[in-house]
Design a protein around this ligand. Structure first.
Ligand SMILES: Cc1ncc(COP(=O)(O)O)c(C=O)c1O
Length: 448
């Protein structure tokens, strides 16, 4: 006699979310029991919960896809890894082993890249804050700075005179592209002529060698046409500088900003449907570069500073259910052991999250709270989720960008980070914090 099916208690649920969409109410959801062939249970047992896990396979695949689709259309391509997006040594090294240069925005990031063995001449240095002490060190070393404002330009010239060097520099420009908010606080404005003034100032000063133009439009830009517009404006400017001043640029840097497969809170379609492929960005940018008035052999290198679109898909966060609750409005709530201090990006993304083990039962509107004693600690707004038990695990996907750099040590320790190799080995690439690590820089006031 076959066993009776397990009893499931009947439930009446008020429809609160998920009804009014074309996917209807019940979503299909599969448990994610393994990450790149490694059992979540094994990872939990070895490293504890919560835990960030990165897939080296995905990092390498995304990198090669980006490189290949761009170099198919425009053969001189350089990818400079955006350190701020994820500067864990092991993650950066995966990209450097693939041939990436580094893109940094602070002395800390520069030192981190140098410590990993990146030659100073293979570092693009961005950002609005490069004090003289920084330029004193990075310019003689051969790092290419992207000048952000006139004051920095003057300091770079001073360093050039004092050190008796002629540094290679780029200027950062900002411009308008339909459909994206203008990041006008960085660099020299193109449309009002400020960028041209900056070039003339460099030429007249005759201390710096202008080798590149840079424009980082913004971030999570879902419309490839914005890049067509920005690259076209940069190309027109480069053509003008060549014609008027005889400047031959060695690179045009279109910055980062390609969208990952995440889903913004304001977005209707999920990221895996809304995010353009790398090819669509590549087409838009290479079409514009085709308008460069340069002889083929002198065409500038296209520099990409792609951050989140390379690393987001490769990152997971495993968390453990600590409690189930029923809120007064009828929603189910789960308390998990990873909060917004760790999953910083949950402030603006609807992170994709799935159970890590088989489940059964009725999907209900569920809100996921972190462990912090703070009202803002919501790691996922209401989603349709199956019932889980205390001690069950959940996996947040697409969390590889910005979390392990912007996370905060707040109330609890930050979790360990693990890398799974391409052949299924795994190792901690950042230790779980403990009291000794967190107290490390503290000193007791001598009078206490
Ligand atoms: C100058 C610069 N380049 C590259 C990036 C990486 O951007 P994303 O992660 O959106 O690709 C950033 C991020 O803000 C940036 O400021």
């Amino acid at each position: 006699m076959s066993p009776l099916p397990a009893y499931e208690r009947p439930l009446i649920i008020r429809h609160e979310s998920g009804l009014m969409n074309k996917f209807s109410r019940v979503q299909s959801m599969r448990p994610m029991t393994h990450l790149d062939g490694v059992a979540v249970a094994e990872l939990m047992e070895t490293y504890g919960s919560p835990l960030f896990v990165f897939s080296e396979k995905t990092l390498v695949e995304r990198y090669r896809e980006l490189r290949d689709v761009f170099s198919l259309r425009y053969p001189k391509v350089r990818i400079a890894w955006s350190y701020k997006t994820n500067y864990l040594d092991s993650i950066a090294r995966v990209f450097h082993k693939e041939g990436a240069w580094a893109e940094v925005v602070s002395m800390f990031e520069w030192e981190k890249a140098r410590n990993l063995g990146v030659p100073a001449e293979q570092i693009h240095f961005n950002g609005p804050y490069k004090p003289k002490a920084v330029l004193d060190e990075v310019l003689p070393a051969g790092t290419i700075i992207h000048i952000d404002h006139f004051d920095e330009l003057a300091v770079a010239e001073r360093v050039a005179v004092e050190k008796g060097i002629r540094p290679k520099v780029a200027i950062r420009i900002n411009l308008t592209a339909d459909g994206t908010p203008q990041w006008s606080r960085f660099g020299f404005n193109l449309e009002n002529g400020q960028a041209h003034d900056a070039v003339m100032r460099i030429l007249t000063g005759d201390r710096l060698e202008l080798t590149g133009l840079h424009c980082h439009l913004g971030t999570f830009i879902l419309d490839p046409d914005a890049y067509r517009q920005s690259a076209t404006k940069m190309v027109d400017f480069a053509n003008r500088l060549r014609q008027e001043q005889g400047i031959t640029l060695s690179f045009i840097d279109v910055g980062g900003g390609f969208a990952s497969h995440n889903t913004l809170k304001a977005q209707y379609l999920p990221g895996d449907q809304a995010t353009p492929s790398f090819s669509r960005y590549a087409e838009a940018i290479s079409d514009a570069l085709g308008k460069l008035n340069y002889p083929p052999r002198e065409m500038p290198t296209l520099v990409l500073e792609t951050g989140r679109a390379l690393v987001d898909d490769a990152g997971y966060l495993i968390a453990t259910v600590q409690a189930n609750k029923r809120l007064p409005d009828g929603r189910r709530a789960l308390i998990v052991d990873a909060g917004v201090n760790v999953l910083f990006t949950s402030f603006w993304y609807k992170h994709d999250v799935v159970p890590a083990q088989e489940f059964r039962g009725v999907f209900e509107p569920t809100i996921l709270y972190g462990p912090l004693c703070m009202n803002i600690d919501v790691v996922r707004d209401t989603l349709l989720f199956p019932p889980l038990n205390v001690g069950d695990q959940i996996v947040f996907r697409t969390v590889g960008a910005y979390n392990v750099t912007q996370w905060m040590q707040f109330i609890t320790y930050r979790p360990a980070v693990v890398l799974i190799s391409q052949n299924g080995q795994h190792a901690a690439i950042r230790k779980r914090e403990d009291l000794e690590i967190v107290r490390g820089p503290e000193q007791m006031a001598p009078w206490l």
